[in-house]
Write a protein that binds this ligand. Structure first.
Ligand code: AMP
Ligand code: MG
Length: 401
């Protein structure tokens, strides 16, 4: 089978998955990061009434003509309105109403004077400044109007959008459902963290790295499990889990060793192979297939390879399934402040730290089996295929994580 380029592999995966178009109604509290499944049309004006933008006095602007610091106009204070309450009076010439920020502007007035331009009078107030009509006047519907389209279907909800939905009185929102995803790690050598290690064993880190990364990308896996290097058990797991998932991600068993069972698993389970091998390092032996409507992406077991290929291959698939453009590959070109002068026949990805428009390689531990040097890294640096790698000062492509 032909080795695919990264873009061919991504294209193949994306053409073998569908966006989840079903929707569900959820509380605003849970809506952060979700994709809006309806247009949000306001059914009210915001603010619902003209309101005062400051603490002061509501009055008729014509009553302030000629007012100066040393020649104040005196008005009778007939009422006091706090935010949350409604005034009792229609204001006439020669009158003013004490008013606080957010309170409804009473009928009859056309402006608000800030209290600093008055003597703060309680029964009678001295006005030290001339005002024009609608000075400090916050109109009804100034923020948004009844029947206004506030948010379009497909928007990714974050704090401001959720606040907008709340401000028009809706406690919940229709969002697209998430795909059902399963994560399966393989390997006779792995143990769950907790008990002391047995001879020949290592702790399963992929389950946590990839499980948590999926969560960060917005999908809490429906099923997370480990299966030993046992073909029959893995066949059963794939067949069973695919009944209720859109995507299965596995790690380990995709290379050419005696216990690299995933090829045989595909054969026995009847999984249609989409491709095996991608021209990237690490993670060349990635194997992908489709079983009924479930996409299966089998990553290398090497911890850095698994994580890298999650970013390169799984993330674009999630972007399509979740209808979330924020997950589309984000690439930046920045200068690198250190060389990586090791050539490779295929594109190589190394861990980096992107800061202030520059990228650095903060480690010399690059092997795909090494996870520890990933701590503190926030991007992958693309080292183009070729004999030379990259030199200090070169512009490189980085993929923020
Ligand atoms: P494999 O892809 O199964 O050949 O595994 C490649 C390397 O990754 C081996 O050294 C495995 O022991 C290691 N490995 C496989 N699965 C995991 C895992 N879940 N967590 C940590 N390391 C793993
Ligand atoms: Mg293995």
């Amino acid at each position: 089978m032909e080795k695919l380029s990264l873009s061919e592999a991504v294209e193949c995966l994306c053409s073998n998955c569908e966006p989840v178009v079903e929707t569900e109604r959820i509380s605003l509290w849970n809506a952060s990061g979700r994709v809006l499944g309806e247009n949000i049309i306001s059914e009210m004006d915001q603010p619902p009434f003209p309101r005062s933008p400051l603490d002061g006095y509501a009055l008729k602007s014509e009553d302030t003509t000629g007012a100066l610091e040393n020649q104040p106009v005196k008005l009778k204070v007939i009422d006091e309105i706090m935010a949350g309450y409604v005034g009792r009076h229609h204001v006439k010439n020669g009158e003013a109403v004490r008013i606080m920020t957010g309170a409804p502007i009473p009928p009859g007035v056309d402006c608000i004077i800030r209290q600093e331009d008055t003597d703060y009078g309680e029964k009678e107030v001295k006005i030290y400044k001339e005002l024009k009509q609608y000075d400090n006047y916050c109109f009804k519907g100034e923020d948004f109007k009844n029947q206004q389209l506030l948010l379009k279907k497909g928007v990714i909800l974050s704090a401001p959008e959720i606040g907008i939905i709340a401000s028009c009185g809706k406690p919940d929102v229709l969002v697209y459902k998430k795909p059902a995803v399963a994560l399966i790690t393989t390997g006779d050598e792995t143990m769950m963290p907790g008990p002391p290690l047995k001879p020949g064993k290592i702790y399963d880190s992929n389950m946590f790295t990839l499980g948590c990364r999926l969560k960060e990308l917005g999908v809490l896996p429906q099923c997370i499990m480990h299966v030993d290097d046992h073909t029959d058990r893995m066949v059963c797991a794939i067949q069973e889990i695919s009944n209720y998932t859109d995507l299965i991600i596995t790690t380990g068993g995709v290379s050419v060793g005696k216990k690299d069972i995933m090829h045989e698993v595909f054969k026995q389970a009847g999984v249609k192979t989409l491709f095996w091998k991608v021209s990237v390092k690490p993670g060349t032996p990635t194997l992908c297939g489709k079983y009924n409507n479930t996409l299966i992406i089998c990553l290398s077991g090497n911890p850095f390879a698994a994580l890298t290929n999650m970013e390169l291959l799984v993330k674009p698939v999630l972007s399509k399934m979740l209808l979330n453009r924020d997950l589309e590959p984000d690439r930046k070109t920045v200068p690198i402040d250190k060389g990586f002068e090791k050539g490779s026949r295929v594109t190589r990805y190394v861990r980096g730290y992107l800061n202030n428009g520059k990228v650095t390689i903060p480690t010399n531990k690059h092997s795909s089996g090494i996870l520890s040097s990933m701590a503190g890294c926030n991007c992958l640096i693309e080292i183009p295929a070729g004999n030379y790698g990259v030199h200090k000062g070169d512009q490189v492509c980085v993929i923020p994580m």
